[in-house]
Every structure is written in C-alpha cells, then in structure tokens.
Design a protein around this ligand. Sequence first.
Ligand code: AGP
Length: 618
Amino acid sequence: MCGITGYIGHREAYPIVINGLKRLEYRGYDSAGIMIYDGKNIQLSKTKGKVSDLESITNASPTKKVGKIGIGHTRWATHGVPNDVNSHPHFSQSGNLVIVHNGIIENYDTLRKELISRGYTFKSDTDTEVLVNLIEEVKKQEGCKLGKAVQLALNNVIGAYAIAVFDKTKPNEVVVARLGSPIAIGVGKNESEFFIASDASPFLEYTKDVVYLEDEELAIIKLGRAIKVRKIKDDSLVDPNIQELKMNLEEIEKGGYEHFMLKEIYEQPKAIIDTYRGRMLPDSGIIKMAGVDDNLNKFLNAERIIIIACGTSWHAGLVGEYLIEDMARIPVEVEYASEFRYRNPIITNKDVVIAISQSGETADTLAAIKLAKSKGAFVFGICNVVGSSIARETHAGAYTHAGPEIGVASTKAFTTQITVLSLISLKLAKSKGTLSDSAFRMYLQKLQLVPNSVEQLLKIDEKVKEIANHYKNATNCLYLGRGFNFPVALEGALKLKEISYIHAEGYPAAEMKHGPIALIDENMPVFVIATNKGHYEKVVSNIQEIKSRAGKIIAVVTEGDVTVKEIADHVIEIPETEEALTPLLTTIPFQLLSYHIAVLLGKNVDQPRNLAKSVTVE
Ligand code: AGP
C-alpha cells in the first residue's frame, strides 16, 4: 500500500502535497518523493526515508517548491528495495511524463522487455517506471493526448493500480486512474482547483466535495472544467459522482473503521489476494516464487526445515510445519527465535531455515538468522516490509503483500504469512511428487476461493460482538484446536491476551485430559475449533468432556454443522474449505472476538499497554 497525493489550482502546490503525504504515511513510509511544475520545468525531489527526510531535501532547494501543480508519493515497496532511485515519482524516458503509483503491476516484466526492445532504458527496479514508459510509448505510437494514452496503456496492464500522471507538454491537466487501489478527487469551487489522494485526509481542510473513482475508471482533471471520468475498458464517459465528505480526519485514516486493527482485519481478503497475485496461476497449475524457484534444490534436498519466528509469526510458522510435512513430507521444526539463538542448536549446511517476521526488524529473529547463517544454513525470509533488516539479511525470500500493519496485534500479517507458507508447501509437494497434479490444482482452486470466504465470514462480526459481550469479564479463557488448527488456538489466545489483558491459553484439544481439564468450571469459557475434517469426532468428545464439567463452549464449526450446535453454548460457522486451508478462516472469529472484548473493556486496541509493534530490542 502506498500513498499518492496531488494538487492543481491557484494555490502553491508544495505545502498541500507535502502535508498530504504526511497524512498518508500510515499507508507506507519507506521512501517519499514530490514533483512540482513551476510553469516551465518539472522540479523532482525524492529520497529513501520518511516524508520528513524529503522535506529536508526540498527545504534545501526552495526553488523546487514553487509552482501550482504537484504530485507526491509515500512508498510501501513491493518491487525494488527502498532507495532514492526506486522512490516515486518516476519520469518517462523523454522526461515529459511523471507518474506516481500505488499498487502492483503483475505483467511488468513482460512489458519491460517489450519496451527495452523498443529502445527504452530503465533507471529503477520498479513496475511503476515501466508503466510510465508504456504510457509514453502508446502516446507516441497513437499520437494521442495523455488521457487516451493512459486509457490504452492500462488495457495492457495486469495488476492493481492507483496512478496520477502529469505531462509537461500539456501542463494544465493531471490524469488519474484506478484498479484495486483507491483514489479520491477533491473538487474546489467552480473547478478552480482539484486535489488528488489515496484517501480524502490530505484535502479535507480545503474541500468536502469529493469524487471517489470506481475500479476501472480514469479521470482527466483540467482546471476550469468539470472532471471527465471515463471507463478504462472502452473510454465511455461516466457521470462523476460528487459527494459531500462526512468523515473526520481520524476516521478517514482508519478507512472509516474505529481502529486500525479492525481495518486490518477487514483488509485480509485483499491482502491474501495481493500476496498470491502473480505467484499462483490456478488455470495453468503453476506456482511461481522466484525466491523458491531459484533455490528449489536447497529445499528439496534439505534434511530438515527449521522455522524461526516470534509471537504471531511463530504461530504462522507452526501452521507451516503442518503444511510442509503433510504435503511435501520434509521434516520441519519450529523454534522460538529467542530460544533458538541461545540454546546452542545443531545446525548444518543441510538445513534450510525459514525466518518469518511481519516487521522484518525483530531482534531475536534477526539474531537467530545470523546464527543459522554462521553455521552454513540457507536462510529464507518471509517478511511484510520490503528492504527490512531481515529481508536484507536472508539469502532469499518472499514478501507478504499485506500492506502496512499499524495495529500492534498482528492480523493480516498472520493470514498472509500462512498464504505464503501454503504456496511454498504446495510448490515443494508438486516438485517432490508427494502431491498429485490433480490434488495440487484442487488446492490452488480452493486457495483462490479463500478471500471470498473471508469476505463472507466477516459478516459474523455482529454475532461475534454479542459473544464478546457474554465473556468480556472472564478472567481466564482456553482455546483448543487440533492439527492445522492447534496453532490457531495458540494465536487466538495471544490475540485475547495482548489487547484485552485477559489471561488465555491455547492447547491441543487432546491435551485437556493431561491436566488443563482441572481448570474447567462454569467460569471458564473454552473456544474450540471443530471443523468438519479436523479430527471432528475427537474434538466433539473433547467438547462433551468440558460440557459435562459445566464448562462454557464457544465453537468454530464448518457451515452446516449440527452435532456441535446441539452441545455448544455458542457456535460460529465458517465456510467449508480443505482442512489444510482452514487456519486462514478459523482465525478470523478469534481476531474479531479479541477486538470486540478489548473495545468493550475500553482498552487501547491499537496500542495495548507494554507492547510495541516491532520488538527491535532483546
Ligand atoms: C502479535 O500480535 C504481536 N504483535 C507479536 O507477537 C509479533 O507477532 C511478534 O513480536 C513478532 O513480530 P514480527 O512478526 O514483526 O517479527
């Protein structure tokens, strides 16, 4: 996720754009840039780092701040590590076109090769620079205006985008377009000025009249003239729907949600899609992951895979163990990085280590990686922050594309980590022949259905809120799961602990009889995952054992379940999927449950006490 913003009108553009970028830093903050058109020349400043670093650069060159047209960008890298050259805005080869982009162009490599064959050269590693040169090439070939060139070019693009494009040769307009990433256009009085942004927060103080572009729409913004909105597919005109903004600044930054955590829970369908986009091709039955493909033999010949992580990422690693062993039959061990780094582990060059980290900065995980590398292991990283320390320290890796995760309690990072681990497990299983082609293709089809299932599942929010109200005053809770859902039980307990401060423990359901069942009485809520293919009958027995001791059962079951419905106190139904993929769904009710209990208890959901989003110290 990145933030884009722009201005065209009678005011000085710089302060509007630079302050707008500050408002959008929650969307990404690894690099930033700004273009100001001074009536004659394009003044471009960009840098790795935050908007404040960009401001230091522009303050040193005041002439770069003068002009009434500007576009800016604050980056969350997806292609190309964060550095000055990969920062946006990007010029086209002629220097006439300038673009800022939020999204991922999946077919950028093919487009880039085609443009190189036509004499284009590239300065950066970004998909965005490919896009602006594609627009330039179309403009040149068709002899058309910018708006038409953007429309034609985007019909050759696969992926997600929100773009703003400026043409120095036609300096009284800006063209914007979107597919899958948001764009809001602020409309000034009498079309005397226009504001562009990823959300309305940068221009809320200037105008409350806004046009939210719909997917596959393009807008030509020209001073003194009503916005022209067109369909990218066929260039047909669309009536711009100018609406009055009702949200305040804080509401806009949270996308209208009360907390970042809730926003990020609801972002999971898109985050999962963005994570498998371009990597999973169900129709052709292929999984493409450069970091794995380039090191496939290391994985296939590994004597074992050691997964190291902390917290929620460790729980995702545990799901990974079940997936890889079940599908690819490669031995896996999962270790807390904080333990691994100090216990003098046996590591050889026959080991593959997978390090999982949302922030890419967790000190224990980073130290464990260095230890593994020092002993000859190949280390593969799964991170959410491009160019983070862990991403740079590992030999190879795969990014989750969850976008910035602001809430301390990790949610979309967990489901996107499991998505990457599912892709790796399936790819290794296919390569080893431990999974038939038909089973492999079935899994790809089922994985492609997960985002929609999550979308459907999020409709249980109100029901979960009612359950939360029942149990918000509990002092202890148990979470139980088996198989692939044992790690989800651990994760559910962690979510509750870290934001509501209620003590909770996750356990393998079968372990109850080895001690924890002594805890059961009418004051002990027990959250149990009882999906229909996950040792169902055994879990039902576990539930009956608890009910017979007056325990309270809140069960997560597969849609259509009847047995558990008769014995549990509350039931939350999830859509059916393959058991190995159920963690992507069963975790959602527990995320919502912990969120609502914490809100009902008046806790600081996004920044719970004693915790930091990234534990960069021991
Ligand atoms: C999970 O909700 C917590 N925020 C915490 O356990 C977190 O998962 C852990 O600190 C690891 O962080 P990382 O994924 O950034 O390495």
